[in-house]
Design a protein around this ligand. Sequence first.
Ligand code: ARG
Length: 459
Amino acid sequence: MAKMWAGRTDGVTDRIADDFNSSIHFDSRMYRQDITGSMAHAAMLGARNIITNEEADTLIAGLEGILADIDSGKLAIDMSCEDIHMFVEQELTARLGDVGKKLHTARSRNDQVALDLRMYLRDEITEIIGLIRDVLEALVEQAKVNADTIMPGYTHLQRAQPITFGHHLMAYAMMLLRDIDRLRDCARRLNVSPIGSCALAGTTYDTDRRFEAAKLGFDDICLNSLDGVSDRDFAVEFMSDVSVLMMHLSRFSEEIILWSSWEFKFVELSDAYTTGSSIMPQKKNPDMAELIRGKTGRVYGDLVALLTTLKGLPLAYNKDMQEDKERVFDCVDTIKMCLAVMAPMVATMKSIPENMRRAAGNGFINATDMADYLVRKGLPFRTAYKISGQIVARCIADGKVLETLPLDVYQSYSPLFGEDLFEEISLDTCVRKRISEGGTSVESVLRQIAFVTEKLTQL
Ligand code: ARG
């Protein structure tokens, strides 16, 4: 069949070229945005007397009918069309006759597709923020239960200082709050309408771009028509934000995987979010967390693919840009799935406080607190640090830990050591005394929880 754009050529393309060129098998997911955008366009054409008001009403009613029929499943999208824009126009003309052919006055698919993608992302960002919120709620609940659960805090994956599990979880809550902030910022910046840029240069019709933008809930219009049709910054920005978000989920997943290993056993995942092995009967594998970690690479790939596609593209629209949508859609689908599985996995995860405490107690995790003890007794920190290091070395040589080294041995290193040392270096004291703002003390964790809870009510 000849294409709707037949004219300059006979519009007959080779089947392979057709398949290669067509985007309907993926851009049909924007049918709602496409039709809604067209309704606003028809209304604008009517309001500016570019078509009659009656024609505008007919077009809008026709478009409403198409939307309802796709929604209800009565109308199947014709996959032989080149793209969703062509399909909607073809269907409209089939239903309305010649008046349907007026819809595409004073616009082009170039500004239309840019409009659709912005509207689509705007909707998806709202959904994604809702899903992040579910993860945040799960984190807050777990942090409340574990506000005083002592575990080892690590640097270099070496036991460093005692912290609480609640504190560790709230670190992820802070990351996710920033992710929401970034996505909101992206939604704000993308909420600028390109429609009316037309093919590239604007139009000779007396259009009202602001009318159309306002009808579609945009805050502003793109002020340069070339930029309007060439700009995919918003898609790159969205994928960057999702990449950072995935990086956070991946780091958390990695810790969940470590924590649920037999070597750590700090947490036990619910059976619902683990799998068994087909051969090893003892296995309970954290597949969901591993997949989240794995899919992070895929999202980074989407981002880099689009950046690479855009690099070196001359203005204005080039067909290369059709490659944007599958990458964006893949990002949207992936992040939504990851968040949807992360929330209940975290909510149902059980901490095992005795194992965490055992791991915290078995090393020299309180060595900093021993040095701080000497500082409080009057030694400069660097001197106290050195003595403490020597004591640790002595413990290792003697097969002891700080709690079991006799006081007289301590006193052979410094006369400042007294009986109160053992209370001062107990794990509970170490955590209780970390009162600095943002520290690991229980009060500080409760303050963080209150902060995040308050932020959630403002969303
Ligand atoms: N399917 C195209 C895309 O996704 C729509 C814009 C086509 N414009 C054009 N002049 N061929 O980019």
